[in-house]
Design a protein around this ligand. Sequence first.
Ligand SMILES: [Zn+2]
Length: 281
Amino acid sequence: MPELPEVDALVSFLRAKVVGDFITRADIGELSILKTADPPLDAISGLEISGVSRVGKALIVEFDGLELVCRFARAGWLVWHDVVPTGPVKMGKGPLGLRIHLASGAGFDLSEAGTKKNAAVSLVSDRAEVPAIDKAGPDALSIEADEFTSALAGSTSRIKTVLEDQELIAGIGNAYSDEILHAAKLSPFAPASGVEAPALLETVREVLGRARETLVELPPEKVKAAKKRRLRVHGRTGKTCPVCGATIAEVSFADKSLQYCPGCQTGGKKLSDRRMDRLLK
Ligand SMILES: [Zn+2]
């Protein structure tokens, strides 16, 4: 799933490419992607793109009086076309969710790999009309120390769960929470209320800030691979920890998994899947 650093990279790329350009057409490739009906998607045809921004993991394309809020879910991403294909779009076939045509002849797709279609696009007059945006907590890169401290102190959940809770801290998902906890030498199962918040916030800023710096210069098609190359524990089950040399372990649950280093994070102890059930509650 694209998280804060990847979406920031997209924002930076798109800003340079599309602000000041006009939308000529929007094609829907997957009906379920569009979450709003009024105004209709056609309302953006003819409008000038005035800005591109981000809230948490969501990308927002701005017009005068309208905002297109794009949420990528786990397998969604943006495909840029210097020359956008103008042929008809086959509905419900393949990864294409939404295709935007620009007056310059360029364009971009919101595409989603796999059969689960969870990416979401909402056309609204104000981003706060989208509940996930309205409820989003402070951004992970700009959250104040006291807000971060009270988010942790007021929680009865495990630290991994708190870092991924978009209503407490916006922008962090499964990959960077693994990376942050590895860098902070904390077990993903540590109770959030017992974690030393100021030190962890430093690590949040370091890990996300470094990732953002690396990715922000890249075009969309290079971002995912560049993200993956930089990860130290996430998605690296069975490989060697670059910090301590221990073997990276995994806890898997129904539809995803987390990775951690027993050497760095749990005093050599393996976490069991049974405890994961409790983490989810
Ligand atoms: Zn390690």
